[in-house]
Design a protein around this ligand. Structure first.
Ligand SMILES: [Zn+2]
Length: 140
């Protein structure tokens, strides 16, 4: 590990951990505007996808695709947004954001100015089911 002192992703996550292995962790952000919002993070302080070995790139993509599939099946969002920005926090991570017609920014990106203010966090019970499904899929 080459943890950076000032990097929030090098610190323990303040969000619930869904799953992890030696290299990656999946957390549930479950933003009130985007129920089911997950993030896949590399554990090491790595900046770009091309800094990963080819097999780690594939492993990360597999995690993303697995979670995207589960979010689609389980939450039936209008769209899934996959995003890897890291301009503010240059520590490789992917956002997996279920988008809904009535979410606060739709159809714009979640980082744009909000169009409305709704709060509809995923209920705890549904959130637990989702976490269990993701865990089970990533463990198999
Ligand atoms: Zn970092």
């Amino acid at each position: 590990m080459n943890a950076q002192k000032n990097c929030p992703l090098c610190q323990p996550s303040r969000y619930p951990l869904i799953w992890d292995d030696k290299y990656f962790r999946v957390i549930l952000i479950n933003d009130q505007s985007y129920p089911g919002y997950c993030r896949v993070e590399v554990k090491d302080h790595i900046k770009e996808m091309t800094d990963l070995t080819a097999s780690k790139q594939q492993a990360m993509m597999k995690i993303l695709m697995t979670i995207e599939g589960i979010l689609r099946d389980h939450l039936k969002p209008k769209k899934i947004n996959l995003a890897s920005l890291g301009n503010i926090t240059p520590h490789l991570h992917w956002h997996i954001i279920p988008r809904y017609q009535d979410d606060n920014h739709f159809p714009d990106s979640v980082w744009s100015s909000p169009k409305r203010f709704k709060e509809k966090e995923l209920p705890e019970k549904e959130s637990a089911i989702l976490i269990a499904k993701i865990k089970k899929s990533l463990d198999s």
